[in-house]
Design a protein around this ligand. Structure first.
Ligand SMILES: NC(=O)c1ccc[n+]([C@@H]2O[C@H](COP(=O)([O-])OP(=O)(O)OC[C@H]3O[C@@H](n4cnc5c(N)ncnc54)[C@H](O)[C@@H]3O)[C@@H](O)[C@H]2O)c1
Length: 322
């Protein structure tokens, strides 16, 4: 059945891929974005397509949000301050956008009884060391004087508020903890590692690795991730749940850098710099971040199909195209 879907942050990296997926499934979509980190170019190919409305505005415009949510059947609240670099440079905006925006969305979804997806992040697992991370694990973040943790804490507060709405009024809300999500149209501008590396490799420039490069991550292809997201609001058992979505294949940042060089047949070298040079003194990072996808598999039938090499090839093809 065709539904009316509001995607906040619809001109962002994940939002625009999600829009394509939902349009292909026959839904109509409204894309709201203030173009702070998103780009009109991400959705220019969609504007004009049947069933698409584009609105350039903020989720903090509450009268507008009230109207858009009332007119929708489902809401994907993808708008957020994103990227370690942005979070370190604009900590006030980070907290206000994340918590303020989610508060507006949840209040009106609760009021009009709309299904809503709230994306959270693997950052909420903080400095946890017991991988793979399971949704009900304890979390350990750093001191409040370290701005990096503001993102994780603001997203944790979003989770608390979502679960509070579920508890008090059975709001049909699903919280998704996204692990590193990568693919075409993501920019390296805000500190995202894969587009940054692939871009440097294509230009035969040094790939700058922060720290010793032995820290590891798991990278999910955005195509797999949006398949998981689109499933969440179709499965009533997912309401009121926190679910990890990503890919379980773990790779060190040194291995990632080498794979980017190899797959683009680049002459680039890998250069290591201290975290303090990249983000200032006192920056803290986590060594490993691996999702348990057991719950996503059980509730949603989620299974990633694309590999890191697929991701690097697709990112390189899209950057070459630009
Ligand atoms: N990409 C990842 O690896 C990753 C990992 C964990 C969580 N997430 C979460 O997924 C969601 C989407 O992230 P993304 O990677 O697509 O980032 P993105 O920066 O491309 O998308 C966020 C979008 O929100 C928009 N936005 C920001 N503030 C806004 C406001 N006040 N009003 C309207 N729009 C606003 C931006 O312009 C941008 O288009 C975010 O909630 C993010 O925290 C992403």
């Amino acid at each position: 059945m065709s539904e009316r879907i509001l995607i906040t942050g619809g001109a962002g990296f994940i939002g625009c891929h999600l829009a394509e997926r939902l349009l292909d499934a026959g839904h109509t979509v409204t894309l709201l974005d203030n173009l702070s980190t998103g780009r009109y170019a991400n959705i220019s190919h969609l504007e004009g397509r049947k069933g698409v409305t584009v609105i350039i505005d903020s989720v903090l415009n509450e009268p507008l949000m009230e109207q858009l949510i009332r007119e929708s059947d489902q809401v994907y609240h993808m708008a957020s301050a994103v990227g370690v670099k942005l979070i370190m440079e604009q900590p006030v905006k980070t907290i206000e956008t994340i918590f303020g925006g989610t508060d507006v969305v949840l209040r009106h979804c609760s009021r009009f009884r709309k299904r809503v997806l709230i994306p959270s992040t693997s950052e909420v697992y903080g400095k946890g060391v017991s991988v793979p991370f399971r949704e009900d694990d304890d979390v350990l973040t750093g001191s409040t004087s370290k701005h990096r943790w503001a993102y994780a804490c603001a997203k944790s507060l979003d989770e608390f508020l979502s679960l509070a709405h579920y508890k008090e009024t059975r709001l049909p809300v699903v919280i998704v903890r996204l692990f590193n999500t990568v693919g075409p149209r993501q920019t390296g501008q805000y500190g995202m590692v894969v587009p940054r590396f692939v871009q440097a490799a294509l230009k035969n420039e040094d790939l700058i690795v922060h720290g010793d490069g032995q820290q590891s991550r798991c990278f999910g292809h955005v195509k797999d991730v949006v398949t998981g997201l689109a499933k969440c609001l179709e499965v009533p058992q997912a309401f009121g749940q926190v679910i990890n979505i990503g890919n379980e294949a773990e790779v060190t940042i040194n291995q990632l850098a080498q794979a980017c060089i190899d797959l683009t047949q680049s002459k680039s070298k890998i250069q290591h710099i201290p975290y303090s040079e990249a983000y200032g003194e006192g920056f803290e990072d986590m060594r490993r971040r691996v999702p348990s996808l057991e719950k996503a598999r059980a509730l949603l039938g989620y299974k990633p199909t694309l590999t890191l090499n697929d991701i690097i090839r697709d990112v390189a093809a899209s950057l070459r195209g630009n």
